[in-house]
Design a protein around this ligand. Structure first.
Ligand code: SAM
Length: 292
C-alpha cells in the first residue's frame, strides 16, 4: 500500500448493488438544518431568504475555520489543510469532498496516470481552484477543463426525486442556485491566484449542449470530477466523458450519496455498461472510483 493509498483508508468501500446507504450529517449541519427549518415555518418568505443567506455564510465561515483548527491540532498534513481551507472559501463542497479530491488527484499524479483534469459543475470555482493549484504545485501542466452553465443549477427532473425529496442536502436547491459566474471564476483563477491561463479552458453552457462537441477535443482524462448534482447532469457527463477516462484514472462523484439522482445516474450507467467499479465513499455525501 503506497503512502497515498494509506491516506485514503478513511473512505468506506461499498458495493454498487447496495441500495440504501445511511448518510449521517455532521452535528453542526444537523443543528443548523433544524434552525433553518424552524425559521422557514415562522418567517415571511423575504425575511427568511435574508436570514438564510446570513445563516449560510456564517455556517461556511465556522465550518472552514473548524476544519483549519482540526487540521492543525490533529497533525494532519499542513499543506493539505491550508490549501483546502483556502479553496473552501469559494466552494460548496465539504471538507471530506475536498480532501478526497486532493488525495485522489495526488495519487493520479504520483502514479503517473496520463490525461487531463475535468470538472463538470464549477459554481464559484472552489474545487476547480484546488485542481488547478495541485496541477501547478506538482508541475504537471495538464489541461484543466471546467464545464458549467454559469447560470446555476437547472430544474431537477422526476429521476431526482425519492419520496418528494431530491437528497440529503441542507440547502434548498431551486433552479439557478449554486450560481457562479464565468467572470468571477475567471477572476478567481487567473487574477487572484495567477493560474496559467493556457492550461485552463472554461466552457460555459449546459452540459447537454457543450459536451457533445467539446468531448471530441479531449483526448484522455485522468481525473473526472462530476459535481452537477442532478440525474440528467450526471448521466450526460458520464455518457460523453467516461470513455475518455484512462484505466486507473479516477471518477469523482461529489453528490453520489447526497443527491438521489446522481447515484441513480451513476449506478444505471455502470450497470448498462457492465462496469464493475469499487465505489469509495468520501464520508460526507460524495464518492469516487478508479476506472477498472
Ligand atoms: C454544487 S454546484 C458545484 C460546486 C463546485 N464544484 C464547488 O466547488 O463549489 C453545481 C454546479 O453544477 C452546474 N450544473 C448542474 N447541472 C448542469 C448542467 N446540466 N449544465 C451545466 N451546468 C450544470 C451548476 O451551474 C452549478 O454551478
Amino acid at each position: 500500500m503506497s503512502e497515498n493509498d494509506n491516506e485514503l483508508k478513511h473512505a468506506t468501500e461499498i458495493n454498487t448493488q447496495d441500495k440504501e446507504i445511511v448518510y449521517r450529517r455532521p452535528l453542526l449541519a444537523v443543528i443548523c438544518f433544524r434552525i433553518v427549518i424552524a425559521f422557514r415555518v415562522v418567517l415571511p418568505k423575504s425575511l427568511f431568504l435574508c436570514f438564510y443567506r446570513f445563516a449560510f455564510a456564517s455556517y461556511k465561515f465556522i465550518y472552514r475555520n473548524v476544519y483549519l483548527a482540526r487540521g492543525i491540532f490533529s497533525g494532519k498534513g499542513e499543506a493539505m489543510t491550508f490549501l483546502i481551507h483556502d479553496c473552501m472559501k469559494y466552494s460548496l463542497v465539504g471538507w471530506e469532498g475536498m480532501e478526497a479530491t486532493y488525495q485522489v488527484t495526488r495519487r493520479i499524479f504520483s502514479n503517473k496516470i496520463s490525461g487531463d483534469l475535468v470538472e463538470c459543475g464549477v459554481a464559484e470555482g472552489g474545487s476547480a481552484l484546488l485542481l488547478c493549484r495541485l496541477n501547478e504545485e506538482y508541475d504537471e501542466n495538464r489541461q484543466v477543463w471546467l464545464f458549467d452553465s454559469f447560470e446555476g443549477l437547472p430544474e431537477p427532473t422526476d429521476d431526482d426525486f425519492k419520496s418528494g425529496k431530491t437528497g440529503f442536502h441542507v440547502r434548498p436547491l431551486p433552479k439557478g442556485s449554486c450560481l457562479g459566474t464565468i467572470e468571477n471564476v475567471s477572476n478567481l483563477l487567473f487574477d487572484k491566484y495567477r493560474i496559467d491561463r493556457s492550461n485552463v479552458e472554461l466552457v460555459k453552457g449546459w452540459f447537454q449542449d457543450t459536451l457533445p462537441n467539446k468531448a471530441s477535443k479531449i483526448d484522455q482524462i485522468a481525473v473526472l470530477r462530476l459535481d452537477g448534482d442532478w440525474y440528467e447532469s450526471t448521466k450526460c457527463c458520464l455518457i460523453h466523458l467516461y470513455s475518455k477516462v484512462v484505466p486507473g484514472g479516477v471518477v469523482i462523484l461529489d453528490d453520489y450519496i447526497s443527491c438521489f439522482g446522481c447515484k441513480k445516474a451513476t449506478d444505471e450507467f455502470l450497470q448498462e455498461n457492465g462496469i464493475d467499479a469499487k465505489i469509495e465513499l468520501d464520508g460526507r455525501g460524495g464518492a469516487w472510483f478508479l476506472k477498472p
